[in-house]
Ligand binder design. Sequence first.
Ligand code: BGC
Length: 417
Amino acid sequence: MRTFAKVLAVTAVAAIAVTGCGRSNTTTGGGAAPTSAPAVSDVPASGASGASDTSGTSGASGASGASGASGASGASGASGSSEPSGGSGAAAFPADALIGVALPQKTSENWVLAENLFKTDLAAAGFKADVQFANGGVSEQQNQITAMVTKGAKVIVVGAIDGSQLGSQLKAAKDSGAIVIAYDRLLKNTAAVDYYIAYDNFKVGVLQGKALLEGMAKKKPKGPYNIELFAGSPDDANAQVFFDGAMSILKPKIDDGTLKVTSGQKDFQQVVTQGWKAENAQKRMDALLTAHYTSAVLDGVLSPNDTLARAIITSVKAAGKPVPVVTGQDSEVESVKSIMAGEQYSTINKDTRNLVKDTITMLTTLQKGGKPDINDPKSYNNGVKVVPAHLLPPLIVTKENAKEAYANDPTLSPLTK
Ligand code: BGC
């Protein structure tokens, strides 16, 4: 985080990571927030979710299942194997139980918002909360989860740095009788996870791919368009999912010549951004510009989130080039400002308030011995089991719909006036 902060005077994330401020002090729920997860239930998470809702881009077909989200139907049935006993009546654990929340590094604003919301809202729901960041990396997160088990946490909510590196700590959690919930990022290759709660991340990628095409078409009605691709950190299970979602839209257009990836770097491993670090994206963009865009015009860049989008824009501006169409995700304050100023083209609204609110609803249901609201019981195969999922719908935001999109967000709404 320190190095991050150094490079990122340009981003709000560093500021927020340091100051702990941000838009988190808007409490959850607050009434009017759109409720969760309509109509995602019958969408195969790896497949063309929402592929039809904008423009003629389509083509989101096969998209493969690297998301870990595909196939695996047979699993059926509702919620996972380690259900807390019984229906209503028999509480599964005390109403004031300790809940552990293990968050990753502060690589984007949403995690800082989640920290604050979990602290206040778990307490408001009557639970004791142990909310931890693991800025030091995977082993720190492993130790934090172990400590939560030792302290007797009844549920452990995990936003993993690397979802396949926590197997033995999660097994110990299950052995102690705790319930394990994967938050935002799937926990991979382990049986020791009961539920997954997240925005539909494949759909995030689909929306980013569509926004890129749409934004470029607005500036220049016909291709071919020169683009570059960026993905998130390869240890984050979501990074591949976002990329696959976007490529389900972009690949057919690369194949038919509408899009040209000038650098030729099209594979996930070639375009990843270690640690979701802005400095890494900025460096790669600098190098791409030097090597491939002395005369060619860069029309668009697929960026998986806002922090990286701003780093890419910084690089392009420093090179004295016109700002291309750049996608994003997270509705970070500085990116919403940039969108309103006509620089960054799009972001995604995955309102953290709703994700935390639905997680706490899941916890209170589990506490009472009930079954949580699962709207995708079969798509999230983590390599070992199919993890019952509660998915929320992401929303694409551009300058055109920002006002409506953030109407009930007291921090972002004033930026759209
Ligand atoms: C989250 C994104 C975030 C990224 C970096 C992902 O797992 O889903 O919202 O931008 O992590 O923090």
